[in-house]
Design a binder for this molecule. Structure first.
Ligand code: SF4
Length: 357
């Protein structure tokens, strides 16, 4: 399975960056994953789940997983588990209404003054709870689907071609109520630096845009993604950059990530974090408190704690609202207010996230 989108530069023309080499060597074979972590695959791995949404995990992240522990909170986020094969009703393929919000391929209007753009649907990791996990299924890709282009192999498509970029920039120019562009995905930092710079360069002349928000999990998986080329693009733009990382557990944060986020901040970016509340991953107050404290070491403020979106294949991660509220209450008792994230849920068609606490 090719680890990069077809938009990656040919290696004969340009040497891959370190982070791109890391992507190429990511683990895709569940048997190899189990061998590296000294685990017996039989009871913890589902071939069916792997076929629906293939395993993908960078080796940097693997190093943070405890060997011989099938319940490791980092492992359960990435391992295709038999629980995915037995799902209750109410868990659907598009739980947040992306299809209905799409105005053009990869261009979603959900919130006043903001637009969600998906420049690529590739990721460095396949998170088992992801609300967009079904975008990998070719059956999901219809002409009117949120992405619009069939995936290549098991990788997700890029929408970063010139026609689509032109079309999206035209839509943005015509609506002066839009102030903020949110790059989501997939993971927008999967774009090679020159493509990302090209996107930013096309947004800058649109006078009513003030803010570029980038939602990414890639630096958590491969901290070397925060490299000089990326920092240069973010430093040079007139747009205020907001980077929203996706960290769920304190052990996902290492010194390299802390160092990278410090450099992001020196480039002028505001750095926040959003987590998903996940059973057997971060559904204990001690874990969430430690996560907030560890984030602060990197100057990162906790922004949202999301309730799980009810996507097919992820029901076993669900935590009740009651439990979520109790966790937030315990965090409030022990942390300053700025380290307590907002517990929220996204509902299709709503103009903002719904606060739950
Ligand atoms: S990195 Fe984000 S978009 Fe990609 S699979 Fe994980 S949660 Fe989903």
């Amino acid at each position: 399975m090719p680890p990069l989108t077809s938009s990656a530069p040919p290696s004969a023309v340009r040497q891959p960056c370190h982070w791109q080499s890391s992507l190429r060597s990511a683990v895709r074979d569940p048997i190899e994953l189990c061998r590296l972590l000294e685990l017996e695959p039989d009871s913890i791995f589902s071939h069916q789940a792997h076929r629906r949404f293939p395993l993908l995990v960078p080796r940097e992240f693997l190093q943070k997983i405890e060997p011989r522990n099938p319940r490791d909170p980092l492992l359960v986020q990435v391992l295709p588990h038999p629980d995915e094969d037995h799902q209750p009703n109410g868990f659907v393929r598009d739980p947040v209404g992306d299809a209905a919000a799409q105005q053009a391929p990869g261009y979603l209007r959900k919130y006043a003054g903001r637009v969600l753009i998906m420049p690529t649907m590739s990721c460095a990791v396949h998170c088992r709870y992801c609300f967009r996990r079904n975008y990998l299924d070719p059956a999901f890709f219809r002409p009117t689907s949120p992405i619009g282009t069939p995936p290549v192999g098991t990788n997700r498509p890029s929408i970063a071609n010139d026609d689509r970029l032109d079309h999206i920039c035209r839509l943005l120019s015509e609506d002066d109520s839009i102030r903020e562009v949110i790059f989501s995905g997939g993971d927008p930092l999967m774009l090679p630096d020159e493509q990302l710079a090209r996107w930013i360069g096309r947004l800058e002349p649109i006078p009513h845009l003030t803010t570029l928000r980038i939602h990414t999990r890639l630096p958590v998986m491969i901290p070397s993604r925060i490299d000089e080329c990326l920092l240069e693009s973010l430093t040079e733009t007139r747009l205020q950059v907001v980077v929203v990382l996706h960290v769920n557990h304190p052990r996902e944060i290492d010194d390299d990530l802390v160092d990278g986020t410090r450099r992001l901040q020196r480039s002028g970016a505001v750095v926040l974090n959003q987590s998903v509340l996940l059973r057997h991953v971060n559904d204990r107050a001690e874990t969430l408190i430690e996560l907030s404290q560890r984030l602060l070491e990197g100057g990162i403020l906790p922004y949202y704690l999301h309730q799980l979106d009810p996507v097919e294949g992820a029901a076993h991660f669900r935590v009740s609202d009651e439990r979520g509220r109790a966790l937030i209450s315990q965090m409030r008792n022990r942390l300053p207010g700025y380290l307590v994230p907002r517990l929220v849920r996204e509902l299709p068609g709503e103009p903002h996230k719904i606060p739950l606490s």
